[in-house]
Ligand binder design. Structure first.
Ligand code: FES
Length: 139
């Protein structure tokens, strides 16, 4: 069974779509089911100021992507890179074991989009200020 939070994000997903002229793009295919995920990001001063996703995945993939975009928007790239499929599943109140692979899509696409952004910059690491704020998230 899915948690209420999963159902809520599934029926009302946030940040669906594609950013025009993105700073980074992350695309992944799920080796388990063959589904696809694409995330586009906008970065300013080392922070994710916008993020959108498109997926051909299942309901769990939609819900995990939706919550990932909410979790990382406004965060530094460093903080966003700490988001894993496990933290995502936890934020959603758990996923059925058979659906854990779906949450990999969201976390992997996010990481890929950030790495794409960093490599576009030439990987020079031009001293983004990483005044890491709190990353506490209630509930
Ligand atoms: S079954 Fe493919 S993403 Fe969930």
């Amino acid at each position: 069974m899915y948690s209420e939070k999963v159902m809520e994000h599934f029926t009302n997903p946030r940040n669906v779509g594609e950013i025009k002229d993105p700073d980074g793009i992350g695309q992944v295919g799920n080796p388990v089911c063959g589904d696809l995920m694409k995330m586009t990001i906008k970065v300013e001063d080392g922070r994710l100021v916008d993020i959108k996703f498109q997926t051909f995945g299942c309901g769990a993939a939609i819900a995990t992507s939706s919550i990932v975009t909410e979790m990382v928007k406004g965060k530094t790239l460093e903080e966003a890179l700490k988001v894993t499929n496990r933290t995502v599943a936890e934020a959603l109140g758990g996923l059925p074991p058979a659906k854990m692979h779906c949450s990999n899509l969201a976390a992997d696409a996010l990481h890929r989009a950030i790495n794409d952004y960093l490599s576009r910059k030439g990987g020079s690491g031009d001293g983004q200020d990483q005044s890491a704020g709190g990353h506490e998230r209630g509930s």
